[in-house]
Design a protein around this ligand. Structure first.
Ligand SMILES: [Zn+2]
Length: 104
């Protein structure tokens, strides 16, 4: 369930990319960037992460859906309150705001 709160802050649309050593850029479009632009950045970052996992010989599923482990990745989506969120593509359940995924 999506609840209103600090996570609705559009500035949470940043995406951190890390390699195996934990280094990487933070992609953070300007706060006033259109939500669809920030969605596009998130979607592109997700593709990059999945390709990096595949190249490293790891399961190319990211971010893993906590409701359906090891089956499918979460989808970047725009919540009704116009925040960027990760959601399960099967149930449409919002898992968390983009940027709030727990570290694996
Ligand atoms: Zn799921």
């Amino acid at each position: 369930m999506w609840d209103r709160g600090p996570r609705d802050d559009p500035s949470n649309g940043g995406v951190l990319l890390r390699d195996a050593d934990g280094h990487g850029p933070i992609l953070r479009p300007q706060e006033e960037a259109d939500i669809h632009v920030r969605w596009q950045v998130t979607d592109t970052a997700q593709e990059a992460v999945v390709e990096a996992l595949w190249s490293a010989g790891k399961p190319a599923v990211w971010p893993n859906c906590p409701d359906h482990p090891n089956t499918h990745p979460l989808n970047a989506a725009i919540s009704p309150s116009r925040a960027l969120v990760w959601a399960c593509p099967l149930s449409d359940r919002v898992i968390c705001a983009v940027g709030d995924l727990p570290a694996e």
